[in-house]
Each structure stands twice: as C-alpha cells, then as structure tokens.
Design a protein around this ligand. Sequence first.
Ligand code: SAH
Length: 233
Amino acid sequence: MVILYPDHQKIFQLEDSFKHKGLRKKLIDEIRSKGIKDQSVLNAMNEVPRHLFMDNSFVSFAYVDKAFPISAGQTISQPYTVAFQTEALQIKRLDRVLEVGTGSGYQAAVLCEMGVSLYTIERQRSLFDYARILLPKLGYHPQFFYGDGYLGLPTYGPFDKIIVTAGATSVPSQLKEQLAIGGRMVIPVGVREHQVMKIITRESDAFYSEVDGGNFVFVPLLPGISDQNKTNP
Ligand code: SAH
C-alpha cells in the first residue's frame, strides 16, 4: 500500500516484512528484560509496525530502544517509555482514553491495538494531518483532535485513563477534572528535559493519589496550538 506524506508529498510503502517482525520481537524481548511485565502491552507493541511511524530513511533505527526525531522538531517516544506509560495506565479493553501529544501516532496505535476507545490531541498541524491519514490505513481508528491538550476535551470526558506524552511543568488542572473517579493519569512532570513520571489516581471527587515512576526525558508540553508561520513553535 502507498500513502502520501502530507508535509513533503513523499510516497512510501506500508510494508511490514519478516525482517521487521523479527527485529520487533527482539525489541520486545529487550523491553521485557528492562522490567515491563504486562503481557497485553508487550503483545500490542509486538503487533504495531513502529518503522511505519518514522521517516523512511530512519527504518534501521525503528527497532532500537531509543527516541527518534520526527517532523516539526518533535520525537517518537522511546519504546521502553511507551511500554512504561502504557503499563502504568493499567489498560482495560473499552477504556475511554485521552492521549495528549499524538506526535507520530505510535503510542496511539499501541493503545488502539489494546482495544481502547481513544481520543488523541496534537498541537502541531503537520503531525496531526499525518497521523490521521496513517493510523486508519493500519486499521486504527482513534478520534483525532487538533488543539491544545492542556485543556483536554471537556465535552468528551470523563476519561478512564489519560496519558500525556510531553513533559509538563505541572499537572494541568483541566486534565485532572476530566479524569473519571477511579481513573488513572500518567504524566511526565518536570523542567526542560528532566521529568518524573507521575502516576495519578482519582480516588474520589476531590482526592487524587500520586506515585512517582522514575525519571524520563520528553519534549515539552507547550501551550496553545502551533501556527504555520512559526511565531508559536
Ligand atoms: N505520543 C507520541 C509522542 C510525541 S512527542 C508518539 O508516540 O510519537 C510529544 C508530542 O506532544 C509532540 O508531537 C508535541 O507537538 C505534542 N504536544 C506538546 N504540547 C502539546 C499540547 N499542549 N497539546 C497537544 N499536543 C502537544
């Protein structure tokens, strides 16, 4: 299958060969050896062809456990980080999940593979445009939104799970409000490129508990949407 890259009008093949599958299985073994235990997360990551979420010329980097640049100065998260955040969410089939930071769409695909009902928001127009073409071609059908994830999606909440895939300086209050009681939010919080993964549970209407899940590196969560003239990065 061939699709058009909206940014660069580039054409590429959606091919998932035995070689890709073999490399992917090795990557999943590596992630398991780093401590990820939830088999449903590992199975989903074994199914999603990560190389299709990266620039064609970077295919050989798709199955190493590293973050990698995508367009608009953003990154596709490190596979271990995707696994860690997804495991921490304790996903159940049919959960209503909000993702802030669609980026390449890879994390979204992993969540869809796990059978959730996904709402994903991106503030960079080119990434939003690309993901909403690519994911349906791969059989994944989240609802895509171009907007500011700080605000969440009040009309679609409450959500059973919220995953933020960019580093916030603090936990946005709107996102806390959109978490269902008993729901979980996984969000990296910190300054510059040093974040602590916060795993937040809404225990009751007004009480939230919080656990730290270790240090990670993310691109920043930025306010507002980016416009094409780059005055807002
Ligand atoms: N989940 C992505 C990770 C992408 S990196 C993946 O699997 O590839 C984080 C993304 O968050 C970037 O694309 C960035 O543009 C986006 N982002 C940053 N601040 C945002 C905001 N306020 N609302 C929505 N998206 C945001």
